[in-house]
Write a protein of this length. Structure first.
Length: 227
């Protein structure tokens, strides 16, 4: 038992290191452009050892994808949004997503690569649907509490909120270079980080707390002449 625990910790440490380096390499060169030799050269192990831990290049890439998504989901859980007021919980999730995406640009590149290839590999990871269901569950719980308190509109669901938050935060990293060239603003400029984080928090909080708009009621049956 005494001998087993250190070996297990060493194995877990080695596997984590391989995942970290593989994430950087796959994010930089994509699946097709990456060789396992490239990953081995940047670690303290060998190509043979990588295959021992992961089985193949494809399985290593799938492990990288799954680990990347697990990272953002774990960060959301660590926020303990159930302990916060509903609108504050959603705001904090939005702000956390913004920070996570900026601090993990390799995650954005991996997702972009997968979309270029029509989700070829992510489609093989059924586990990710369950993992990402947690993201909607956390948001839905906050929305439900807010609706029960009369604070949050009832015509928006968790997937709508997740889409808005993800779109804004993803754009900051994925479109940094094109946006910067066109408008001469670096979206990842540290001086703008607090400003951009506040924007997504304000947008989501204001959107959710606003009553849905209704068309103006007609008066006296008159609709105007149309002229």
């Amino acid at each position: 038992m005494t001998d087993t625990m250190p070996r297990r910790r060493d194995a877990e440490r080695t596997r984590a290191e391989l995942l970290d380096v593989a994430t950087q390499v796959f994010a930089a060169t994509g699946y097709a452009g990456t060789r396992v030799d490239d990953i081995a050269a940047r670690t303290r192990t060998t190509k043979r050892m990588i295959y021992y831990y992961f089985g193949s290049k494809e399985k290593l890439y799938l492990a990288v994808l799954e680990n990347a998504y697990r990272g953002i989901r774990a960060a959301e859980r660590a926020l303990h949004p159930g302990d916060l007021a509903p609108l504050e919980a959603v705001r904090r999730i939005a702000e956390l997503t913004y920070d996570h995406h900026l601090d993990h640009s390799e995650f954005i590149r991996l997702v972009s690569i997968e979309n270029i290839h029509h989700g070829r590999y992510i489609a093989r990871l059924g586990s990710l649907r369950e993992i990402n269901r947690d993201a909607l569950g956390i948001l839905d719980a906050a929305l439900e509490r807010g609706r029960a308190q009369g604070l949050i509109r009832d015509d928006v669901d968790a997937l709508d909120v997740h889409l808005v938050i993800s779109s804004y935060c993803f754009f900051q990293v994925a479109n940094r270079h094109t946006f910067g060239h066109l408008f001469a603003r670096d979206l990842l400029d540290p001086a703008l980080r607090d400003h951009h984080r506040t924007i997504i928090g304000d947008v989501v909080a204001a959107w959710l707390s606003a009553a849905p708009s209704e068309p103006p009621a007609a008066t006296d049956g008159s609709h105007g002449s149309g002229g």
